[in-house]
Every structure is written in C-alpha cells, then in structure tokens.
Design a protein around this ligand. Structure first.
Ligand code: 5GP
Length: 112
C-alpha cells in the first residue's frame, strides 16, 4: 500500500479536512503555505498521466473537491493554487495521484 492508501485506510493518522465516498482531503505534513492540503482519490491512480477515460468523472470530482477545501479553509476569495506533480521532473514523491491546494499567501510564478 502507498502512504496515501494507508492514510485513506486510517492506518496512518492525518489531519482530515473533508471527505466524500470518492476522495479524502488532508493537511500536508510539510506545508509550503499557510494552507496546504492534499486531495487524493480513494481509487488508486498512480499519477495523473496514468488516469484513463474511465476516470473522467472522478477527476472532475477531485477538482470540485479543491473548491470545497479552499472554501472551508477561507482562501477562496484571496486565491489559491492547485498543483499536480507527475514523475521525477514534476517533483512527484508519492505514487498515488494527489492534488495540492495551496493558499494563504501570495504564490510566486513561475514555480521553481
Ligand atoms: P508530491 O511531492 O508527490 O507532489 O507530494 C507529496 C506530498 O506528500 C508532499 O508535499 C509531502 O509533504 C506530503 N507527505 C509526505 N508524507 C506525508 C505524510 O505522512 N502525511 C501527510 N499528511 N503528508 C505527507
């Protein structure tokens, strides 16, 4: 099981923000901004580039989940960024699809 599967299964603790039958949102253990939450599908999809057409609806739900997280944590109006890292050069470290939701401070662009 990947780390995030263990968090979904409550085998590893995490600070949960919101949940649905399809996804779980929890605070990143090493926050890079005042708000830094990970939204992960409960279905195992290794990374975004390996999602299939069958995952189309689930991917939409994950994006809508980021909206819900941003609202719940009060950054919807101030602004936030969502990030998906894919593979080595993308900076992916956990092989289970996750969307970072970052906010609570101005975020630089371009990313490093
Ligand atoms: P990636 O680098 O794969 O895009 O993002 C993985 C994220 O998972 C990182 O931001 C990292 O801080 C976070 N992370 C790693 N281990 C844990 C953990 O045990 N608990 C939580 N909540 N986040 C973790």
């Amino acid at each position: 099981m990947t780390l995030f599967e263990k968090i979904i299964a409550r085998q590893i603790p995490a600070k949960i923000v919101a949940e649905s039958e399809d996804w779980l949102a929890f605070h990143d253990i090493s926050p890079q901004a005042p708000v830094h939450v990970l939204v992960v599908p409960k279905k195992v999809i290794t990374r975004v580039g390996e999602a299939t057409p069958e995952d189309e609806s689930l991917l939409g739900k994950l994006l809508l989940a980021t909206q819900e997280v941003a609202r719940a944590l009060g950054v919807s109006n101030s602004g936030f960024r969502i990030v998906i890292n894919h593979g080595r050069d993308g900076g992916e470290t956990v092989p289970h699809l996750h969307i970072h939701v970052l906010g609570g401070r101005p975020l630089g662009w371009p990313p490093g």
